[in-house]
Design a protein around this ligand. Structure first.
Ligand SMILES: [Zn+2]
Length: 269
């Protein structure tokens, strides 16, 4: 699988259906009566950049024309986009040359699963329900925003200060908490990729200026196992364990201090 080669479309559609089953198993209460879409960047853009995945409140509407064209549109619902191109490149770069296509495809599926679950945690943070359809002018703006994200060439390491601050804010305490619940359920239900033993593949907290995800795993205690049958929405609406809150507060203080010092440095420059 050369670095520039994309996975075949029919394979991606089939694998996307499997990923939807995984998401539905994990968010079984939240998604019980909802549509869910898994969209590959292949179908929205000829070329894509560095981003691995995204979710956006109106991503379903942005992709509605494509979903309708394949007979998959069933009305509004959360949508997750995976960038098949950048994920295939990661696999090509990070696997030994001696690996055969099947081994690389297994690694691709593991990576996609981890990224889809990362995005599912963003859906949980953002809320599963989708409101009324915004006016076409607004949907067009959202489409432009999504297409810009898909084509962005800046990797996480290359982000400027403003983009990094935005990335930090997107990965909030609610997202961390949802990630821990989702990871716990993925392991429990046999959906977590075998190659990734820890939740780092879906929650690379260092990139977001947060303590390691395993520190949060210790702070949240037995909540993920105790509340495995609850909706993620109800869990996020309830008070988190005190140790979890304390850890996030100290991370927040550190992130704010870093942002303030960066702003001061920029002003001085
Ligand atoms: Zn994220």
């Amino acid at each position: 699988m050369p670095a520039t080669q994309r996975m075949p479309g029919d394979y991606l559609v089939q694998f996307g259906e499997q990923l939807k089953v995984v998401c539905r198993d994990i968010a079984h209460v939240d998604l019980r009566d909802r549509n869910l879409y898994l969209i590959w960047s292949l179908y929205l853009a000829d070329e894509s950049g560095c981003i691995h995945g995204l979710q956006y409140r109106s991503l379903d509407l942005v992709a509605q024309e494509y979903l309708t064209s394949i007979g998959a549109w069933e009305g509004r619902g959360p949508a997750i986009l995976l960038n098949d191109e950048s994920l295939a490149k990661v696999v090509s770069r990070s696997t030994p040359p001696a690996w055969d296509d099947e081994q690389r495809r297994n690694r691709f599926e593991d990576l996609c699963t981890a990224i889809a679950l990362h995005e599912l945690a963003h859906v949980a943070d953002d809320g599963f329900s989708r409101g009324p359809v915004p006016p076409p002018r607004i949907v067009a703006q959202h489409k432009e925003c999504v297409m810009n994200c898909i084509s962005a060439e800046a990797s996480a390491e290359d982000l400027d200060d403003a983009a990094r601050k935005c990335e930090w804010i997107c990965h909030s305490d609610r997202w961390v908490r949802a990630s821990l619940h989702i990871h716990h359920r993925a392991v429990k239900y046999g959906h977590w990729p075998r190659v990734f033993f820890t939740p780092h593949a879906m929650a690379n907290n260092a990139q977001y200026g947060l303590s390691d995800i395993l520190a949060y795993d210790g702070a949240i205690g037995d909540e993920p196992s105790r509340r495995i049958d609850d909706s993620l929405t109800d869990i996020l609406a309830s008070e988190p364990p005190a140790a979890f809150t304390e850890l996030f507060k100290s991370d927040e203080a550190r992130r704010s201090a870093l942002i303030t010092s960066q702003i001061s440095a920029n002003v001085a420059a």
